[in-house]
Design a protein around this ligand. Structure first.
Ligand SMILES: *Cc1c(COP(=O)(O)O)cnc(C)c1O
Length: 401
């Protein structure tokens, strides 16, 4: 049940099983932060962890830290921890590179796999996140394939974003995966707006491959290493197109011949970014004892409360009304969405804008309180009443909107 008054919001906060988790974050940059779907805030231990790794492991341990500080295993140790949040058993997730690069590696692997059976197409939708489209087109061009919008006997892989970044629309992952399999194709899901936001069961839903970023709902820091998932059954059958020495069976044998590592390690390329991984490790500590189901329940309640208030303000909700079809954000379609986002920012409420007309409210139950979301709607109401979103200052957009 969604709270319908500020008093009910305060009561919901008092009864919230996640209430204590908020203290695990530094939130001094904003009064109310509704942009954790774009860049999560730092967990309280992140800064110390970065300093400790730089001081004790890098400066203190120097080259010896590769062995002594466990640097080599970090991409897999952290991958297994992310795996617990997306329903993947150990040994199938690695934290490495960026989402874009990981998608390139996996789509190229799928296209190479499909070549023998005449499968040369990557299926996706035109409304996918732009980097996913660019990567798919680039991979297709290199591999003599094509990008198409439909599934058929020529499809090697279907790639989709689970949650749409504009509207928050969430696709039926098990259903779409089954459709791809029925057509004989693999699937590669982009979980950038799902990991840490909604329950995902990669193993149980029979997903083949997935990628996702760690700096949104996982709060791992700007440009933090991303993750990739390859189901165990596919690992021996797929080849990494960016085959570097860290994907070799014995990187430190320095052999001129490439022999892929067994397991998920073959999908690494070069030297892991140890400093970035230290941030990932400390950020994931904030998930200790947190149930993704509690996160989801609170997210849905806040979303329903937000939509109720947006309706009363006469604004157009661009997100699906049904929770089953919505991720962890509520979007508004408004011709002056950019001005609304900026005017809210001046009132201490951080949101963002996506062209041409989408204002996004990201819902991050680890640190967002019901009363915060309520107060954000009060701020929106006063922005509209004062027409502050029409200020001439918002005619020119910042480089990052
Ligand atoms: C945020 C996001 C990305 C980010 O890709 P990077 O390579 O980390 O910049 C990719 N795909 C989707 C769907 C995203 O939402």
């Amino acid at each position: 049940m969604a709270p319908a008054t500020r008093a009910e919001c305060l009561a919901a906060d008092a009864a919230d099983p996640l209430a204590h988790v908020r203290a695990r974050f530094h939130l001094d940059g904003a009064r109310i932060y509704l942009d954790g779907n774009s860049l999560g805030p730092p967990a309280a231990g992140v800064q110390d962890a970065l300093e400790r790794v730089a001081r004790d492991e890098w400066r203190g341990g120097l080259i010896g830290s590769w062995n002594q500080a466990g640097w080599l295993d970090q991409p897999f140790r952290l991958g297994d921890r992310i795996g617990t949040l997306v329903g993947a058993a150990p040994g199938q997730v690695a934290v490495t590179d960026s989402t874009s690069v990981n998608l390139f590696k996996l789509l190229a692997a799928a296209l190479a796999w499909g070549r023998d059976s005449g499968r040369r197409r990557i299926a996706t939708t035109r409304d996918n996140f732009p980097t996913d489209l660019y990567i798919a087109e680039g991979v297709a061009e290199l591999g003599g394939g094509q990008v198409a919008e439909h599934l058929d006997a020529t499809t090697a892989v279907l790639t989709l974003s689970h949650v749409d970044y504009r509207t928050g629309r969430m696709l039926d992952m098990p259903g779409r995966t089954q459709e791809a399999h029925a057509a004989g194709a693999l699937v590669c899901w982009d979980l950038s707006h799902s990991a840490g936001a909604v329950p995902v069961e990669l193993d149980a839903w029979d997903v083949d491959m997935a990628v996702g970023c760690t700096y949104k709902f996982l709060n791992c820091g700007p440009g933090a290493p991303a993750f990739l998932y390859v189901a165990e059954r596919w690992q021996p059958l797929l080849a990494n197109a960016v085959r570097g020495w860290f994907g070799h069976a014995e990187p430190f044998a320095f052999s001129p011949e490439f022999r892929p590592a067994a397991g998920i390690a073959r999908f690494l390329s070069g030297t892991p970014g140890i400093i970035g991984l230290a941030g990932v490790a400390a950020a994931l500590d904030a998930w200790e004892g947190v149930s993704i189901n509690d996160v989801r329940k609170k997210s849905v309640a806040i979303a329903e409360m937000l939509m109720g208030r947006l309706d009363r303000l006469g604004l157009e909700v661009a997100s699906p009304r049904s929770a089953a079809e919505r991720g962890s954000q509520v979007s508004v379609r408004h011709p002056e969405g950019y001005g609304l986002s900026r005017a809210l920012g001046e009132r201490g409420v951080v949101t963002d804008f996506r062209p041409p007309d989408i204002l996004r409210f990201g819902i991050t139950p680890l640190y967002l309180r019901y009363a915060d979301a309520w107060d954000a709607m009060d701020a929106l109401e006063s922005v509209l009443a004062a027409a502050s979103h029409q200020d001439v200052r918002w005619r020119e957009r910042a480089r990052v909107p």
